[in-house]
Design a binder for this molecule. Structure first.
Ligand code: ADP
Length: 434
């Protein structure tokens, strides 16, 4: 007989209001969310959609205005002793050594003094900090400090481990290494943790780690999708299945309604119309999105924006087209409105912006075609003229040249391709990435 997996957490019809009088507003509305033992759930959505509020409610740090949280079928009242939150920046005690920082958590849990040292050493070993027991936090890199934070969270042996953007303050390599270690601990069943809930802005990170991705939107904060990621570990970021999942989350965030093929047109050389890339610089596109994010409801009148950004209306038209094409904004009745994906882009760090941009442009038929021919080329490199001539079968020469220029600009920003000015060649930045 198969025994059903026990439900660990159940959030039922939860609402959270903040402020009072005229200022009262709904931070999260009608949240329903459950987590079973063994699940790793990622929570994504733009700033202000209530992710932290929800984490606080789940761990019992906030009492919701209405609705209930059940933990192992019991209504949660007060702080949940079985849950721990790990924040983006760990507040380690600077005057204590690494080992002492972990021992403190064990002490709070009531572990006898004689056991603390050996347990702390074992935990530090698990997160790969063997040999750093006597170092002070200031002697460690950001990634290593984060590991101490993980070790400290593990010391509490939480059944439910809540992570609030645990990797976002780290450089790319440390973040990737630490993700790997977390996943190893989790999949090997080496830790007593039964479920993980991770808030992140990074969609690739969510898909690479989680079994489910819960997508939230704001005003009011609510859940708009709950997507299953049924890919075995280790997951390969370049595999078509992985990319399809990432695209699905992006499509949800960008409110995409039309099928991809209708929205995007066809690739060069294929039947149908190839949609041109609007001739805009990424910095200007980012400027437009940032300006919209400042507006009430993330929306503005197009003519007002022309004034504000000091661009001419033709440039704005192109920017608007690019923003729509990439799913960052929608345009209707003279207004331009940021999508959730656009908000996510504005909120993201420089590197995360590049990743979002790369994911979005990779799905444009023009880019797919270009990346494809580069991938097949000798040394993954082609001369500008060769690409331009190929595009001249589709567009007039001037337009073909413009298209190569825009593609190279965007591709370089996204770190998908590079351009050698001396040789006038275009190559793939990281051939394995495509
Ligand atoms: P996220 O983590 O997704 O950025 P938050 O949960 O921090 O979202 O915030 C959701 C909304 O609630 C935001 O508009 C935020 O300004 C507001 N908010 C969060 N905490 C409080 C609070 N303690 N008092 C008043 N408003 C708050």
């Amino acid at each position: 007989m198969i025994t059903p997996t026990p439900t660990l957490l159940e959030v039922r019809s939860v609402n959270q209001m903040y402020g009072s009088g005229d200022r009262r507003f709904t931070a999260v509305q009608n949240i329903n969310l459950s987590m079973k033992e063994g699940e790793f759930v990622a929570l994504v959505g733009p700033s202000g959609c209530g992710k932290s509020t929800l984490l606080r409610i789940i761990t019992g740090l906030n009492k919701p205005s209405s609705g209930v949280v059940l933990y192992r079928d019991n209504v949660l009242t007060g702080v949940n002793p079985h849950a721990t939150i790990v924040f983006q920046t760990f507040a380690l005690f600077p005057w204590l050594t690494v080992q002492q920082n972990v021992e403190i958590a064990l002490k709070v849990r009531g572990v006898p003094a004689e056991e603390r040292a050996s347990r702390a050493v074992a935990l530090l070993d698990k997160v790969g900090l063997d040999g750093f027991e006597n170092a002070y936090p200031r002697e460690l890199s950001g990634g290593m400090r984060q590991k101490v934070g993980f070790a400290r969270a593990m010391a509490v042996e939480p059944e439910l481990l809540c992570l609030d953007e645990p990797f976002s303050a780290l450089d790319v390599l440390s973040a990737e290494a630490l993700r790997g270690e977390l996943l190893e601990l989790w999949t090997a069943g080496d830790i007593p943790t039964k479920a993980i809930l991770m808030v992140t802005h990074n969609i690739e990170e969510a898909i690479s780690l989680a079994d489910r991705v819960v997508v939230m939107d704001k005003q009011p904060g609510r859940v708009v999708a709950d997507l299953t990621v049924d890919l075995p570990h280790p997951r390969h970021r370049k595999s078509p299945e992985f990319i399809a999942k990432v695209d699905l989350v992006y499509a949800t965030l960008s409110g995409q309604t039309e099928p991809e093929s209708l929205e995007m047109g066809s690739a060069p050389g294929e039947p149908g119309r190839t949609r041109t890339l609007p001739d805009v610089q990424v910095v200007n596109l980012a400027g437009l999105l940032e300006a919209l994010a400042e507006k009430p409801d993330d929306r503005a009148d197009i003519y007002q924006i022309v004034e504000e950004l000091k661009v001419d209306s033709n440039q704005l038209f192109l920017l608007q087209e690019a923003a729509e094409m990439l799913g960052f904004a929608t345009v209707s009745k003279g207004d331009i409105t940021l999508t959730t994906l656009g908000q996510t882009f504005v909120d993201a760090s420089i590197l995360a912006r590049k990743e979002i941009f790369a994911t979005r442009i990779r799905r444009l038929p023009m880019f797919r075609w270009l990346l494809n021919i580069l991938a097949k080329a000798d040394k993954h490199e082609l001369e500008w003229d060769v690409i331009q001539s190929a595009l001249e079968l589709e567009f007039p020469p001037e337009e073909a040249e413009k298209q190569v220029e825009v593609a190279v600009n965007w591709g370089r920003y996204a770190e998908l391709m590079s351009y050698d000015d001396g040789k006038a060649t275009i190559s793939l930045e990281e051939p394995g990435k495509i």
